[in-house]
Write a protein that binds this ligand. Structure first.
Ligand code: 6PG
Length: 240
């Protein structure tokens, strides 16, 4: 696994760097494999990146969009990760509808919707072990990533691609650790001083991964890139 970490001078610089890298990774995947499968992060940090991507001239018909996790709400709910990305990016460019693969949340049963998304992934990739070209992730101030929250059952799921996460009793749908770790490239986008304490533990030589689940993200045959803004990464010694 190739790991790298970069601290950018501001959130704007972080987004600009992420735009360059994500665009490069998409173009390389299309060049090398004829297409790109990318899983989006939710939350607030990636929204300006999605808006910036909507201004790019990329081969949209060769890009397939998935989500690494979703709140268990309707797609028109303000909390929806799908709604955020669709409005910031996907509705702004000419994406074929068939290339957008939202996480279902309509079964009123998160276990059923998680299984349905797993089947969608296997169908779309044509294999039982999908390998994403790129997975974008955020990190919460508690050290969670996707909807893999501290000390939850989802952290231990090793035989599924998608499972039910749990945030303070609220169900979420989330990629599992094995699916994330099978990716070619995983990029963490982390901004804000409220992430510092968690980052210290996530980057420490030893710490409890059940307490800081982002430590579980180790794409064994791929690259792990951590992009931080100054507020989040000021105290982190970057190996020169
Ligand atoms: C979600 C995300 C979640 C997010 C982190 C960071 O559904 O909220 O997938 O894992 O990436 O909580 O969120 P911010 O970018 O808003 O700090």
């Amino acid at each position: 696994m190739k790991k790298s970490l970069e601290v950018l001078s501001s959130k704007e610089a972080l987004i600009a760097k992420a735009l360059t890298i994500v665009t490069q990774r998409i173009e390389a995947a299309v060049q090398e494999r004829g297409g790109c499968a990318i899983a989006l992060a939710g939350g607030s940090t990636p929204k300006p990146l999605y808006a910036a991507l909507s201004q790019q001239n990329l081969p949209w018909s060769k890009i397939h969009i998935f989500w690494g996790d979703e709140r268990y709400v309707d797609p028109d709910n303000l909390q929806s990760n799908q709604k955020m990305a669709v409005e910031a990016w996907l509705n702004q460019v000419d994406f074929p509808k068939a290339n957008i693969h939202p996480i279902p949340t309509a079964a009123e049963n998160p276990v059923l919707d998680a299984s349905a998304y797993e089947e969608e992934l296997q169908r779309a990739f044509g294999t039982e072990q999908p390998r994403f070209d790129l997975i974008l992730l955020g990190i919460g101030s508690d050290g969670h990533t996707a909807s893999l929250f501290p000390h939850t059952e989802a952290l231990k799921v090793g035989d599924r691609l998608v499972t039910v996460g749990n945030k303070d009793g609220e169900p979420r749908i989330t990629f599992t650790v094995p699916l994330i770790n099978n990716a070619r490239s995983v990029i963490f986008l982390v901004a804000g001083a409220d992430k510092r304490q968690a980052l210290d533990q996530i980057l420490a030589p030893t710490a409890d991964a059940m307490t800081y689940p982002a430590r579980l993200v180790q794409p064994h045959a791929g690259e792990l890139l951590m992009l931080l803004d100054e507020a989040a990464g000021a105290e982190i010694a970057v190996a020169s």
